[in-house]
Design a protein around this ligand. Structure first.
Ligand code: TRP
Length: 449
């Protein structure tokens, strides 16, 4: 993405830029987080209890921080490191660096999982993963991700695809594609939900997903819900700052933030409706962990007319959703090299892609032959996931809310006031940024440590 000068922005038509912005931000948010991560984390953490806390977070803290990041981006007209420096002063730069680090760490394991979706497109096309035998599906998936070579090749391919999009600015193409492919993903999910819900025994899964058992709301559930809401909304590392810096004056930030959060949360819930009923219908283990979507979906396909084609389409659309997210991560990481060190775009992208690919290798191996190497009791894959989602991103969230609530409120006020957001609403956002968000997130962080 190249910096759009203000004059060029103003000349874009109102409708196009608003929709374009919402689509791009939703494209960053909707990805593996919603469709791969949400179902297994919700399933592992008590189903309904988790859903309740998660929705509670996305629609309060999530919306507020989304607005805060977007407003910081537009007010500073710059990517995260520059944005923090420009608005907060020299020391705030560090927060921007932290975001870049988070993006680097996230993409290195995100690309491993992106590789899995790529592999499943191929495997679905060859028909080799479509069975209704839970044990067999579990074995196929485990054998694949624990292998030393194959998943790494797919990881390389996924990283290369991401870099290609970032490099050649195929963004326009991807943007246009995702205009059709994202709705297509929604439609296919609705079809799969219909199939999943009509399986014998599906109702147990539905009940598990929708009935909150309040005794299951533990500290662990709360931190998982908070972390996942940051991850799935692409918050806490500056991705939405970058996107906000490209947004035109005429776009209402509160409106756009509400749309992005609404669409992303909806996707999470749909993914739950798709996966969980089938988990119970086929007798999978609800606590199966990261493989849940990959082992459950093929079982659904095996019970559908033309299931193989649905399988290919589903994993392909999931791949596209993952790509529109990974591009936003790589964009933050490479634009840092470009903006801060004056590196040209091509070497910056190649160097970062190669480094992140390299870090992804031990992450992938840690699920298989290196599973014995642990740090703080976790393998490398889990460590990358944990340290970003449950530490770096919440800290980033606290920082952006402190910056907005205490340091540069008048500027942010102007950003939000555009297009007549009522003053009372703005007051509530200020209160949330000053007190609620920093205190709440800090409490959860410390509880976790
Ligand atoms: N939100 C994306 C997903 O759910 C992943 C992602 C993209 C992300 N950009 C991010 C996560 C920035 C954290 C920060 O798949």
């Amino acid at each position: 993405m190249t910096e759009t000068p203000p004059s060029a922005r103003a000349s874009r038509t109102h409708w196009n830029s608003r929709i374009g912005f919402i689509l791009a931000a939703a494209g960053s948010a909707i990805g593996l987080g919603a469709i791969w991560k949400f179902p297994y984390v919700a399933s592992k953490n008590g189903g309904g209890a988790f859903l309740l806390v998660f929705i509670g977070f996305t629609f309060t803290l999530g919306i507020v921080l989304m607005m805060a990041e977007m407003a910081v981006g537009r007010a500073s007209n710059s990517s995260p490191v520059g944005a923090y420096r420009r608005l907060g002063g020299k020391h705030w730069r560090t927060v921007g660096y932290m975001g870049v680090l988070a993006g680097f760490l996230i993409l290195s394991f995100y690309s491993v999982v992106g590789g899995w979706t790529l592999a499943y497109v191929v495997k679905a096309a060859s028909g080799s993963v479509i069975h209704d035998n839970p044990k067999l599906l579990d074995q196929i998936f485990s054998a694949f991700i624990t292998a030393p070579i194959e998943p790494i090749l797919y990881h390389a391919l996924f990283m290369a695809l991401t870099a290609t999009v970032v490099l050649f600015g195929v963004q326009k193409g991807i943007e246009n594609l995702s205009k059709f492919l994202m709705p297509a993903l929604f439609i296919i999910m609705l079809v799969l939900i219909a199939r999943s819900l009509t399986l014998p025994g599906a109702l147990n899964g539905l009940t598990y997903f929708l009935t909150p058992d309040f005794s299951k709301i533990t500290g662990g559930v709360i931190i998982s819900a908070l972390g996942l809401s940051f991850f799935t909304l692409s918050l806490g590392m500056g991705a939405m700052i970058t996107y906000g810096s490209y947004v035109g004056e005429e776009t209402s930030i509160p409106g756009a933030a509400a749309w992005v959060v609404g669409l992303t949360t909806l996707t999470c819930v749909l993914a739950g409706f798709m996966v969980l009923p089938a988990v119970f219908a086929f007798g999978f283990d609800p606590a199966a962990g990261p493989g849940l979507t990959f082992i459950t979906m093929p079982a659904i396909f095996s019970k559908m007319v033309g299931g193989q084609w649905f399988a290919v389409a589903f994993f392909f659309l999931l791949l596209v959703a993952a790509l529109t997210s990974s591009v936003s991560l790589m964009e933050v990481v490479t634009s840092f090299l470009i903006d801060e060190f004056g590196v040209a775009r091509i070497p910056a992208t190649v160097v970062m892609a190669v480094l992140m690919f390299a870090l992804g290798i031990p992450a992938s191996l840690s699920l298989g032959i290196w599973s014995d190497y642990t740090f703080f009791g976790k393998g490398i894959f889990d460590l990358l996931d944990y340290s970003t989602e449950k530490i770096l991103m919440p800290i980033g969230g606290v920082m952006v809310s402190v910056l907005v609530g205490w340091k540069v409120w008048h500027q942010i006020h102007d950003e939000l006031h555009h297009r007549g957001m009522p003053l009372r609403g703005i007051g509530a956002i200020r209160f949330a940024c000053r007190y609620v968000a920093p205190i709440l997130v800090t409490c959860v962080l410390f509880y976790n440590l």
